[in-house]
Design a binder for this molecule. Structure first.
Ligand code: G3P
Length: 229
């Protein structure tokens, strides 16, 4: 499963890229606004630190302007993935941009029917928003199960399921169990995935017992310690 980071915060991205676990980044107009940064500049900077796909969303809703914006975004860097909304014009833009060799991430997906349309439009990624479905009492992860099941019927489909609106590690785990290709994870949620109290407890116990041995892996004979005394 690929892990994308769902943020436009460059410091967070750099910190998590250093773990070697980050395969890409997704942004959207709300995350760009939250960053307080110039859109084109921050996308350019993110693309420079992340080797994988970096989603940058158009702001227009009409085909002609979406195409113009998408083509401008695609020129920022080879790993830019143009994000378009799941609307008729958005899918027309997807078809055109994909035909030009641009990666397209079709976003704001809330049904299997929409996901099927996006795949037919040549999307590189489809972004179903599981958290927002959960928010209205609809089982977001069931949508992922539906989409993965449908896409699996057609091996020639190249669209990857990119689980978005992730709110907890459980969304990531369930998505992985279902075989979703990608999860785009808020930095805080990714950090939660590292944490387990029994890991902390076990490590503390290991370190305490190791200290009792008085040994050093790097200075087994104690020569350096004696020299320092
Ligand atoms: O990538 C889409 C994601 O940022 C939306 O998340 O929590 O606003 O539904 P959320």
């Amino acid at each position: 499963m690929k892990f994308f980071i769902d943020t436009a915060d460059l410091a967070e991205i750099k910190d998590l890229v250093a773990t070697g676990l980050v395969d890409g980044v997704t942004t959207n107009p709300s995350l760009i606004a939250k960053s307080g940064r110039n859109f084109l500049e921050v996308v350019r900077e993110i693309c420079a630190v992340v080797p994988g796909p970096v989603s940058a969303e158009v702001a227009a809703v009409d085909l002609a302007t979406m195409l113009a914006e998408g083509r401008k975004l695609a020129k920022i860097a080879p790993n830019v993935t143009v994000k378009v909304p799941l609307t008729p014009d958005g899918l027309k833009a997807c078809r055109a941009l994909a035909g030009e060799g641009t990666m397209v991430n079709v976003t704001l997906c809330f049904s299997a029917a929409q996901a099927l349309l996006a795949a037919k439009a040549g999307a590189s990624f489809i972004s179903p928003f599981v958290g927002r479905l959960d928010d209205i009492g609809a089982p977001g992860m069931e949508l992922i199960r539906e989409i993965v099941t449908i896409y699996r019927q057609y091996p020639s489909l190249k669209t990857e399921v990119l689980v978005a609106s992730v709110r907890s590690p459980l969304h990531v785990i369930e998505a992985a169990k279902m075989g979703a290709h990608v999860a785009t994870i808020p930095p805080a949620v990714l950090r939660q995935m590292f944490a387990h109290p029994l890991t902390d407890k076990g490590l503390t116990a290991f370190l305490a017992d190791w200290a009792k041995t008085g040994q050093s892996i790097l200075d087994p004979d104690g020569a350096e310690r004696k020299a320092a005394e």
